[in-house]
Design a protein around this ligand. Structure first.
Ligand SMILES: O=P(O)(O)OC[C@@H](O)[C@@H](O)c1c[nH]c2ccccc12
Length: 285
């Protein structure tokens, strides 16, 4: 990302803070990059599952009229909404997501604006570990260094988010390769046509279109729709991210052959998570 600007956007602010956080973690005895690599080499990271096949199965995928897959997010708070669900227990919430049929559980690990942590992600992973056909765990984070990817793997992630808008071509390529080398196909996030072209050039197999512009916070569900044609006939799993609140939103994406939706706030606020998920995706009871 370009240097500090006078009126930094929220993405720039988070990025600047995350750089400091990562420097501190790397300088802390016990969590240096060398330590993390040693732990990984010792085989201390929990076993992973591959993202692509997991995204292709959901409670309706064997029916004649299959629905989309769900990436369900654990999100306590956000910079645009403030507190969302401060008292929700991530492990309990994750179990509900798993039992309802989510393919992926996304866990925000950013502490300052999203009030998340690596511990949240680790406990989510432990909670769903023994569930049948467990969901893949996504580290939802602002990633700019290999260190954060190694950390994700050690703490039980199966995949990580890479935000194209935040990374130079060199960074994006290196981080994508590194993540794949650890067995994790990343979710590559784009917000417009130029970014989509970059994701495709990279060879990304799972691409998420963020309907929320991370600089301005504006949400437009049509952002995904506009980019659908660019992945037609390609071996890419296309996911719509952000601002999805009801079955009508999902139905539109289904008609456009979007493969998955990532939902945070609406799930965190739902009174009855299980029923909400079934209705949202129009899955069989
Ligand atoms: O809560 P929503 O509107 O359903 O959105 C979820 C998710 O898409 C959003 O949390 C998100 C998408 N990309 C991100 C990058 C960083 C942090 C958060 C995000």
């Amino acid at each position: 990302m370009s240097g500090p600007s006078k009126n930094p956007t929220i993405l720039e602010k988070i990025y600047a803070q995350r750089r400091l956080d990562v420097e501190q973690a790397k300088a802390t005895p016990g969590t240096s990059f060398e330590d993390i690599n040693t732990y990984l080499a010792m085989g201390l990271a929990p076993k992973l599952i591959p993202l692509v096949p997991r995204l292709k199965t959901n409670p309706s995928s064997s029916s004649t009229n299959p629905s989309l897959s769900l990436m369900a997010e654990i999100k306590r708070a956000s910079p645009s909404k403030g507190a969302i669900a401060m008292d929700t227990n991530p492990a309990q919430q994750a179990l509900k997501y798993a039992e309802a049929g989510a393919s992926v559980i996304s866990v925000l690990t950013e502490p300052t604006w999203f009030k998340g942590s690596l511990l949240d992600m680790r406990l989510v992973r432990q909670a769903v570990d023994q569930t049948p056909n467990r969901p893949a765990i996504l580290r939802k984070e602002f990633i700019f260094e290999e260190y954060q990817i190694a950390e994700a793997r050690l703490h039980g992630a199966d995949t990580v988010l890479l935000i194209v808008a935040m990374l130079t071509h060199e960074q994006l390529t290196a981080l994508y390769k590194y993540s794949c080398s650890l067995g994790m196909e990343p979710l590559v996030e784009v917000n417009n046509q130029t970014e989509m072209m970059r994701a495709l050039e990279l060879g990304a197999k799972v691409i998420g279109v963020n309907n929320r512009n991370l600089h301005s916070f504006e949400v437009d569900l049509g952002t995904t729709t506009k980019l659908v044609d660019l992945v037609k006939e390609k071996d890419v799993i296309l996911c719509a991210l952000s601002g999805i609140s009801g079955p009508q939103d999902v139905r539109v994406y289904k008609e456009q052959s979007v493969h998955a939706v990532l939902v945070g706030e609406a799930l965190m606020r739902a009174q009855d998570t299980t029923t909400f998920i079934r209705e949202l995706l129009e899955w069989p009871a």
